[in-house]
Ligand binder design. Structure first.
Ligand code: CA
Length: 245
């Protein structure tokens, strides 16, 4: 099977090189462009299986480039973001990006995201088997929490959840980094449009209703862990399959 072609649009050579190396090692065929203009030209020549797109480019805003790319082809896009306001826009998913990774990130994490997006979208060629099975990729075939950004839908053990906008944003944010503790402030910033008009208790209230919906699917599991004084995290140790009730 051909190695999936991944276009990296990133103007920082250090990051581009690191990513390129990690993807090549994992069986992909990466190509780097440092500007939006170069990326558009490259896409016109060869449609990649997926685009990794830095938001902060020298010639054109990454969001604008995203729109232009999508005008040409329905290619999956994973954003690289450096600032919280960029994350806000991507998390808000007004754009319909497939995923995002916040800098600094580990190359392995990003490769795992690329695999997951390719598997989910199945628009490009299938992701190749890892070249080095010694390095486990932290992306099991079935995840307890499956986020489908395109449909704005989250499945929990295969059950489609009926979530409000903020419940969706909360769970999507927590699920992006299982085990990572998000403070209430961080969640307000990431999920709410206007954090200044919201309060810590707003987060708590939505976590409460979100928990109830998760409990309705899996009554014995604590999917969202409260870290007293610190915030909330998605449990890292959720079983791969729903426990027998
Ligand atoms: Ca940049």
């Amino acid at each position: 099977m051909a190695r999936p072609h991944i276009l990296i649009v990133e103007d920082e050579p250090g990051i581009a090189d690191t990513l390129s190396y990690a993807l090549r090692t994992e069986g992909f065929d990466p190509l780097c462009c440092a500007t939006g203009e170069a990326a558009l030209q490259q896409v016109a020549q060869q449609l990649p299986a997926l685009v990794i797109l830095d938001v902060g480019l020298p010639d054109i805003n990454g969001f604008e480039l995203f729109k232009r790319l999508r005008e040409r082809a329905d290619v999956p896009v994973v954003f690289l973001t450096a600032r919280s306001d960029e994350i806000d826009r991507v998390v808000g998913l007004e754009l319909g990006a497939d995923d995002y990774v916040a800098k600094p990130f580990s190359p392995r994490e990003l490769v795992a995201r690329v695999r997951t997006v390719l598997r989910r979208t199945a628009r490009g060629a299938a992701a190749p088997a890892p070249a080095t099975p010694a390095v486990p990729v932290p992306a099991p075939a079935v995840l307890p929490v499956e986020v489908d950004d395109g449909r704005r839908r989250i499945r929990y053990y295969g059950h489609a959840l009926d979530l409000s906008r903020y419940e969706y944003g909360l769970l999507r944010t927590l699920a992006a980094r299982p085990g990572h503790v998000y403070s209430r402030d961080a969640l307000l910033r990431l999920v709410w449009d206007d954090a200044t008009e919201s309060f810590d208790r707003t987060v708590d209230a939505h976590v409460k209703t979100l928990r109830a919906k998760l409990k309705a699917v899996a009554p014995t599991l604590e999917a969202i862990v409260t870290h007293r004084g610190a915030g909330y995290a998605l449990a890292e140790d959720l079983p791969a399959t729903l426990p027998a009730q």
